[in-house]
Design a protein around this ligand. Structure first.
Ligand SMILES: NC(=O)c1ccc[n+]([C@@H]2O[C@H](COP(=O)([O-])OP(=O)(O)OC[C@H]3O[C@@H](n4cnc5c(N)ncnc54)[C@H](O)[C@@H]3O)[C@@H](O)[C@H]2O)c1
Length: 253
């Protein structure tokens, strides 16, 4: 499929790992100019050395750093065509155990930073009269999981950022949509489990998760990247406030 991405300038957050890295690699392969943002410089450098993307070290919890990232991409390239918000965190605690600090941390990264970046990009894109923003929620924005209370709350909020912003942006030439990934084979899936589980137990847990999915496997990050790239491209020109679920059939059972 011709995605017309070759001349686009796109900011990707969470580019040091998992889905953000896979998306950066694919976008640069398609010829796009990518500003790859993450707080983990060594891993981000690997992504950028491999892809030719521009490394941008950032803590997205700071609104001024989000504004500066969007401004840098726009000022250097004269336009900003796309933003994909992959950066995210998880804390594995349920309602009864979740501390104030854990809840704030997950909301700051997954929700407030998403707002800061959407707002900064949308302001710029509205002036241009064109642009596409892609948020990354989760199957846990639609259904709930136990033991990840703050994360589920945060992903529900990301879906509402997408829908609410879509109504504010409709008719301006700026589109905002989301990808809703299922269980995907990245560092996040195993993260935080090491406190209570051995590596062998983690491997068994991931196998159990894979077996619970109708497709009987985890998603590869490149399969989530494909949906994000479709939403960034002109091929999705009539999509506004929509969600693409990529979960191997998990949420239809
Ligand atoms: N892996 C899954 O199964 C899964 C499923 C559904 C949704 N998601 C969502 O997809 C997105 C990508 O997840 P992934 O699995 O690729 O995760 P990952 O852990 O592999 O990558 C997340 C990246 O975000 C970066 N990041 C975190 N906090 C940051 C901050 N404050 N500032 C800058 N960068 C920061 C990390 O350094 C990391 O490189 C996340 O929003 C996640 O919630 C993941």
């Amino acid at each position: 499929m011709n995605h017309d991405l070759g001349k686009k300038t796109i900011v990707v957050t969470g580019a040091a790992s998992g889905m953000g890295r896979a998306t950066t690699l694919k976008l640069t392969e398609l010829g796009a100019t990518v500003y790859a943002a993450d707080r983990n410089y060594p891993a981000l450098k690997e992504t950028c050395d491999q892809s030719g993307a521009e490394p941008c070290v950032i803590d997205i919890r700071k609104a001024e750093e989000c504004n500066a990232l969007i401004e840098k991409a726009h000022n250097e390239q004269g336009k900003l065509d796309g933003l994909v918000n992959f950066a995210g965190v998880i804390k594995r605690s349920g309602l009864l155990e979740c501390t104030d600090e854990e809840f704030d941390f997950v909301i700051d990264v997954n929700v407030k930073a998403c707002f800061y970046l959407c707002r900064a990009a949308a302001r710029q894109m509205k002036k241009q009269g064109t642009g596409s923003i892609v948020n990354i929620s989760s199957i846990w924005s639609e259904i709930a999981a136990s033991g990840v209370f703050g994360y589920c709350v945060s992903k529900g909020a990301v879906s509402q950022i997408t829908r609410s912003a879509a109504l504010d942006l409709a008719g301006t030439g700026v589109r905002i949509n989301e990808v809703r990934p299922g269980e995907t084979n990245t560092a996040m899936l195993a993260s935080e489990r090491g406190y209570t589980m051995s590596q062998q137990e983690i491997d068994i847990k991931l196998k159990t998760i894979a077996d619970s999915i109708p497709e009987k496997r985890l998603a590869d990050p490149s399969e989530i990247a494909a949906a994000a790239i479709f939403l960034l491209s002109d091929q999705s020109s009539y999509m506004q406030g929509a969600s693409i679920t990529v979960d191997g059939g998990y949420t239809i059972c």
